[in-house]
Design a protein around this ligand. Structure first.
Ligand SMILES: Cc1ncc(COP(=O)(O)O)c(C=O)c1O
Length: 398
């Protein structure tokens, strides 16, 4: 279809909820190719979904093999080989001794968070006026439960949200202690807050929070929807911290772009959730599970985590040099290939000019440029990203 026509239809009839960029035709590795033939280095990564890169031949083969074998794309809740294998692989990937051994599949990040909240509420079913502790600057999704713990007022206004949510200050244990009481059913934390600016949690804080939640028998939930599946250079970000939650929320990079989320809980918590009290039609469908298994095989075989760590080791010092060169940059934050470049002012113009130079980047809030490239991004491509930013900031400074 003519690019002009694509824009015309989407602009006229799409819900209008999204700030779209260029019409994209296809992708390969860390590159996206526009309908107009232009090539872009993709540091948006489908909002962090595309961890193994675009058009991975093993995913193409897995999808084709699956369909050629007449296996069902979606097929109710029968036992299934692909689902069983995925469950086993995920449980095996959980930290030793964590007890994270029960998996609920859904179709998105926000659903994974909804499930976590409901499981925690069931675990604390005897508590009448249930309360949840989230954090300032948190983002957990857009459905009415997840949105209630999301902090940004702009996303929340005009909606009726679940009651009982309190927001503690990030990295501040005293602030959690001040809010935690006998009504608290869970504490939910992103190990790196992504959407509002890429803020990593302090390891001491995470360890102390773990201890507090254990002491009070309050489920601790980690939302690794953005940080999971290699984004920070380890399969899960919790590995950097050596701390396990009672419930873990996953989505984005789990199934090579096929919609899927997962909520993994301890058997103690899942044991309190009576059968049928939560559910989903599409969650855990065999097709998505088969793709997710191949996604994990790619992680196992292709050194993605090593590449993410190698590119990250180049990227952070290179960006730090830009910070020293340009007063417009205030701070560089993040881990692995989850990078936040904090500016002193608004970044919309930087984003636009980067795109003109063939690099697609995200924002996080108004003043942070966020990079979430596929983990297969090469050093050469990462250098081009830094060079493009250098050039953009140079011309904007003039
Ligand atoms: C930390 C975190 N939690 C939850 C979500 C919501 O995921 P989804 O958009 O798949 O519903 C996101 C999405 O960006 C996220 O970054």
């Amino acid at each position: 279809m003519d690019p002009e026509r694509i824009l015309a239809i989407e602009n006229a009839h799409d819900s209008g909820q999204f700030n779209k960029k260029v019409p994209i035709l296809k992708g390969k590795g860390a590159m996206l190719f526009g309908q107009d033939g232009r090539a872009y280095i993709d540091c948006v990564g489908g909002h962090g979904v595309s961890v193994i890169g675009y058009a991975h031949p093993r995913i193409t083969k897995a999808v084709c093999d699956y369909l050629r074998a007449d296996r069902p794309i979606a097929c109710g809740h029968f036992y299934d080989e692909s689902r069983a294998e995925l469950i086993q692989r995920l449980v095996d990937a959980m930290p030793a001794g964590s007890g994270l051994s029960r998996v609920f599949f859904c179709n998105s990040g926000t659903e994974s968070v909804e499930a976590a909240l409901k499981f925690a509420m069931k675990y604390k079913k005897h508590v009448k006026d249930k309360e949840i502790i989230g954090f300032k600057r948190a983002f957990h999704g857009r459905t009415l439960g997840a949105l209630a713990i999301t902090f940004e007022p702009r996303y929340r206004q005009d909606f009726v949200l679940i009651p009982g949510v309190k927001h503690a200050s990030y990295n501040d244990l005293d602030s959690v202690k001040a809010l935690l009481n006998d009504n608290t059913v869970c504490v939910i934390l992103e190990l790196i807050q992504g959407e509002q600016g890429v803020y990593p949690a302090d390891p001491q804080f995470v360890r102390a929070l773990r201890e507090l939640c254990t002491q009070k028998d309050v489920p601790l939930v980690f939302d690794e929807i953005q940080t999971g599946f290699g984004r920070t250079g380890r399969l899960f970000c919790l590995e950097h911290y050596g701390v396990a939650p009672d419930i873990l929320c996953l989505a984005k990079g789990i199934a090579a772009g096929i919609p899927m989320g997962a909520t993994i809980a301890t058997s103690k918590i899942m044991g309190a959730v009576d059968t049928g009290s939560h559910g989903t039609t599409f969650g855990g469908n065999p097709f998505a599970c088969a793709v997710a298994v191949e996604n994990l095989n790619i992680f196992r075989d292709e050194g993605l985590l090593d590449n993410a760590t190698k590119v990250s080791a180049y990227l952070f010092p290179a960006l730090e040099q830009l910070r020293q060169k340009y007063p417009a940059i205030k701070e560089i934050r993040g881990k692995g290939l989850m990078v936040g470049i904090q500016f002193k002012g608004k970044v919309a113009e930087v984003v636009k000019r980067m795109q003109e130079r063939g690099v697609l980047v995200l924002v996080a809030g108004m003043t942070v440029v966020r990079l979430l490239p596929p983990l297969v991004i090469t050093l050469e491509q990462a250098k081009q990203v830094v060079e493009a930013l250098d050039a953009v900031l140079g011309e904007m400074q003039e």
